[in-house]
Structures are given as C-alpha cells and as structure tokens.
Design a protein around this ligand. Structure first.
Ligand code: FSX
Ligand code: SF4
Length: 347
C-alpha cells in the first residue's frame, strides 16, 4: 500500500492523541496537505551511530497509516536523501542531495558528529572527488535548513558513540553546527516521536521544547510518574519477583519520556514492562552519567559448589559490601538470582 498525503493526513488525525498532536496542529496539517503545495523536502544524514533510529522508524506499522518507513518518507514527506532507504546511489544520490539543498528542506540527522582529525573518522559521501565528512555536511547544511532535527540520543547529545573516552570527539549536532536543533532523543528514538514531530513541522508548527530542546508534549513527564510499579515494594534482584526496580539501578526517576503509556514495538511492551530497568536513554549525558546501568546492592563473594548456595559478604567477616549499602548485607540471596551470578562472572 502506498501512502500519499491524504492517507498520511487521515493517519495523523486518527492517531492525533496517540502521536501527541494537538487538534490545532491537525487542522494546520490538513490545510497544508490540502493546498497541495510543495512541502519541504527531508534530507536525512547518518553520522556516528548504529542506525538503530532508522530501524526503529522502519518498525512503524499500521493498518491506516504509513505501511512502512519508505511510504512515510518517500511518498508522503518527500525524502530527498537517506543513505540506507533511498533507491539512488553514488553520484546520483549526491546530486539529489545537492539539488534538494537549494530549496526549502528539513535536515534530519541521525548520529553524533566526530570532530577529531577534522571529522575524517566519519565520511558521508563524495562530491566531485571531495570526501565530505559528517562535520562538513552538517555544518553547511544546517545553516540553511528550515529546521534541524536531531534524531536519537547520539545526534541530540552525543550518546553512546560520544561516551567516555570519546576518542573521535563526538558531539551533538547543535554543538557541531552551531545551529539549534529539535531533539528527538532515545536510543533508539520511538517512531511515533519522529512522525509526530515531522507532522507538526509540515503543519508549520514548531513544537514547544523543554530545556533539553525536546518536544515537551512527548518528553514532559518522568518515566517514574507513570510507571505501573511505582507503588510496589522495591526488588533487590533482577528476574525474581515483581516490584519497583530502583534499587537495582532503574533510572525512571531521572528520565523524561512517555514510554510507560506509549509502549514500543507496535504497543507490545516497554523496558520496565519487560522486567528490565530504565537506563535513561532519552537524557542528556547518557550513557556516562547513568552508568553503571545495573547496581549491585549486595556483594556476593562465595559460591558453595556443593550446596549451590551464594553467600553474602566481602570476605571472612561476611559483611555486606555492595554498592547500595541498604540492608547491611544481612539478606540471604535466593538461589538462581541473576545479580549474584552476574557478580560472580565479573570477578
Ligand atoms: Fe544513536 Fe540512533 Fe542509539 Fe543507535 O541512530 S540513539 S546508537 S539506537 O541508532 O543514533
Ligand atoms: Fe520508577 Fe523504575 Fe521503579 Fe518504575 S521500576 S517505579 S520507573 S524506579
């Protein structure tokens, strides 16, 4: 199924609440699409990242909406350049990019921007024999863009590729280009967050941003506030029992995003719902400021092979020495607990 403007509009109207689109924006989008005027093209660059954000967007499936990401970007939004989705390659692809850059365009960038070695650790394309780095491309294209979208945490804040020790000096798109960006973080970003923001821009509406330049309607509330485990007792191990995961490292208290209600993979589940912790992937400073992801509250030092028992303690006196300290190490670990097993593996 190919999705054209009319279907895209119907999808946005039908999904307005789910996408976080105010009705006023839907009205403007309706006018923009009905006018049948040329919409801004989208130039999508892929710098230092794992391409997970493109893969995440490619997971957007709907009976009424864009059938797949190619439908959305190519048939509806007028994608001029995307290194992994476009049909053209080589000089033809670069020619399309250059042509699009002469008109009105939205610049979407996935990945952080390396600055070391004058950016030569990340080459995007070749233009008449000149190898263009991500640093050069972003610096020039961001200046004239109608809007610059930083897709994913890498583009928004540096993310995993920019984590310590960051040998290629990776920074965010805004730091590399000097141009303000609309950040749509997440490692990866949720497809709804990307579509919702692009739909607003096509409607001529710049979403209200929070202090981290994220759309406030999507990232305004903490994960913790809407987590179904909020009123439960805290668990001390991963994989056993149901409860709040704060003591084992959950960062839901420090993380803003709507994952608990939006869910992922076509509303299948989300990290905490699947028994994992929130690792704060939508936050500035991720991953360094939120590491280690898993915190070992107790120290399990002895494994008694015969009884298959794990013994709490930091040595002969058996005192607890775990990172959290709470509980004084007096708690007896349960058999099969993942945390002591992980601890044993780390030794
Ligand atoms: Fe980064 Fe997105 Fe994480 Fe990967 O591109 S946000 S590494 S999921 O792909 O940029
Ligand atoms: Fe908050 Fe995480 Fe506990 Fe949920 S599991 S209530 S997000 S700390």
């Amino acid at each position: 199924m190919q999705i054209h403007r009319r279907e895209f509009l119907k999808y946005c109207i039908g999904s307005a609440a789910a996408l976080g689109l105010p009705l006023s924006v839907v009205g403007k989008l309706q006018n923009a699409l009905a006018a049948d005027a040329p919409l801004p093209k989208v130039i999508w660059l892929n710098a230092a990242n794992c391409t997970g954000c493109t893969v995440s967007l490619a997971n957007l499936f709907s009976d009424s909406g864009p059938a797949d990401v190619a439908d959305l970007l190519i048939n509806t939004i007028d994608l001029a350049f995307h290194p992994t989705l476009m049909g053209a390659a080589g000089d033809l692809a670069v020619a399309q990019l250059l042509e699009a850059s002469q008109g009105s365009y939205i610049l979407a960038i996935e990945g952080g921007i390396p600055r070391a070695f004058n950016g030569h650790t990340c080459m995007l394309y070749t233009n008449q024999g000149h190898e263009v780095t991500a640093l050069e491309a972003v610096s020039s294209l961001a200046q004239n863009a109608a809007c610059v979208l930083a897709i994913g945490t890498c583009a928004s804040y540096g993310g995993i590729p920019g984590g310590d020790p960051n040998p290629t000096d990776i920074v965010s798109v805004s730091a590399a280009s000097g141009v303000s960006t609309i950040n749509i973080p997440g490692c990866p970003s949720h497809p709804d967050w990307i579509v919702s923001t692009i739909a607003q821009l096509l409607a001529g509406n710049v979403p209200q941003l929070d202090s981290s330049s994220r759309p406030a309607n999507l990232f305004g509330r903490k994960i913790h506030e809407r987590c179904p485990r909020e009123d439960d007792d805290e668990v001390h191990t991963i994989g056993l029992g149901y409860g709040c995961l704060e003591e084992v490292g959950c960062k839901g208290e420090k993380t803003r995003a709507d994952c608990p209600t939006r869910l992922w993979n076509s509303k299948t589940n989300w990290c905490v719902g699947a028994g994992s912790i929130c690792i704060a992937c939508t936050e500035r400073g991720f991953p360094d400021n939120f590491s280690p992801f898993y915190e070992l509250r107790y120290s399990y030092t002895n494994y008694q092979k015969d009884s298959h028992e794990l013994v709490v303690g930091g040595g002969d006196n058996g005192s607890g020495g775990g990172g959290g300290g709470g509980g004084g190490g007096a708690e007896t670990p349960r058999k099969g607990s993942m945390v002591p097993i992980i601890n044993l593996l780390l030794k």
